[in-house]
Design a protein around this ligand. Structure first.
Ligand SMILES: *Cc1c(COP(=O)(O)O)cnc(C)c1O
Length: 384
């Protein structure tokens, strides 16, 4: 037998309480029993999204469904929208908007650079008729954390411009103050910080985003936000929901409420810091810039002369530890260690141990145990 460990930034490990809740016999979704689940999911997600003002809508889809919903519900063909990105997922938002004939302007940064909020301010000043600014808070492909709070301070000065935030690996890992920061649309997916299997997505919709909805004329049906809002008034969903996943979500929310959102974020901070220290002690170079390192995933350069794809496959096939490789231009060049959702101190130790053993096998020279030791120092400091 070889025990398996899932150390990727999505899908992420699922706690046994959540797995067991999902294994219960099926219930019908037009019943008071299920309405109770809907209420728990909505109020729990409001807690996690740190919002009291926005509505929370839940879809049976992957995260990309929530992304598409943001476009079709906020805009009309020809609307001017600014998409800012420094990685693969931000780029996807631009692709979706273009597919719906939205007039997209792109602010593109390298994968190792944070989005600069003053570029957004300048663009809006020159183009005050812009209807939306789209940004990824935690860019999973590059590990870069963008300052959506600063962007919120800019966009709130434009009453007809909504701020759309992909926080799919932000929610539950880094602070995301939906109300306080003026984030009009925030989205997440179940297989990331919510500690669930894939298949659910959620968005928060502010009053400003509802005004955008009223103006919007893009075609929509399955993802029509109003359908979800109307059904929420009677604690249900317009279409058959992912019943088991929502039962799992209500259980995951119990766990998240018990720990508390600020403690969840601090735990992620600690695990991310331990991972960074561990990797640096091995002589590996971090990929994300010092001013923009998120808590969800740590991307690290593969040392010269070592094949990154081989490294990932040895870790999985020989040691049972699944981490992610690089995407697009960085395939084979970086590895990405996930620590998002149901992760604790010893998951970091396990991953670093497997990384050390793999690097040894690949002939990389370093002091054995140095990565684990460095990580332990951080984990001990912070658990005092
Ligand atoms: C995972 C992810 C997505 C896409 O979600 P899917 O569930 O694969 O559709 C979008 N944005 C970010 C930042 C992600 O991490």
């Amino acid at each position: 037998m070889r025990k398996s460990y899932l150390m990727t930034p999505g899908p992420t490990p699922v706690p046994s309480e959540v797995l067991l809740a999902q294994a219960k016999p099926m219930i019908h979704h037009r019943t008071p029993d299920f309405s109770l689940v809907v209420r728990e999911c909505v109020s729990g997600l409001k807690y996690v999204f740190q919002t009291e003002k926005s509505d929370i809508l839940i879809f049976a889809s992957s995260g990309t469904g929530a992304m598409e919903s943001a476009i079709v519900n906020c805009f009309s063909a020809g609307d001017k929208v600014l998409v800012c990105y420094n990685g693969k997922f931000g780029q996807r938002m631009a692709q979706i908007a273009k597919a719906y004939a939205v007039d997209v302007t792109i602010l593109e940064y390298g994968w190792q650079t944070c989005v600069n909020p003053s570029d957004i301010a300048n663009h809006l000043q020159a183009n005050p008729d812009t209807r939306g600014v789209i940004i990824t808070q935690s860019e999973t492909s590059s590990g870069v954390l963008n300052d959506v709070q600063a962007v919120g301070e800019i966009v709130c000065n434009y009453p007809d411009c909504v701020l759309i935030v992909d926080s799919i690996t932000g929610i539950g890992a880094v602070d995301c103050k939906t109300d306080e920061w003026g984030l009009d649309v925030v989205m997440t997916g179940s297989q990331k910080g919510l500690m669930l299997p894939p298949g659910l997505a959620a968005v928060s919709v502010s009053a400003k985003a509802w005004r955008a909805y009223e103006r919007s004329s893009l075609p929509k049906f399955y993802f029509d936000w109003k359908k979800y809002l109307k059904n929420l008034e009677v604690d249900t969903t317009p279409f058959t929901p992912a019943v088991s996943l929502m039962i799992g979500l209500s259980e995951a929310i119990k766990l998240m409420r018990e720990e508390g959102i600020q403690n969840i974020i601090s735990r992620h901070e600690r695990l991310a810091k331990a991972t960074r220290f561990g990797c640096e002690a091995l002589g590996l170079k971090l990929f994300a810039p010092p001013n923009g390192r998120g808590n969800a995933v740590t991307p690290v350069w593969v040392p010269d002369g070592i094949d990154g794809k081989k490294l990932v496959s040895i870790m999985k096939n020989k040691h049972g530890v699944t981490i992610a490789g690089g995407q697009d231009d960085y395939a084979g060049k970086i590895i990405r260690i996930g620590h998002l959702g149901y992760f604790g101190n010893f998951d970091i130790i396990t991953t670093l141990a497997a990384l050390e053993m793999t690097l040894m096998e690949l002939g990389y020279e370093f002091e054995a145990g140095s990565g684990i030791r460095a990580a332990e120092t951080i984990l001990m400091e912070d658990s005092k």
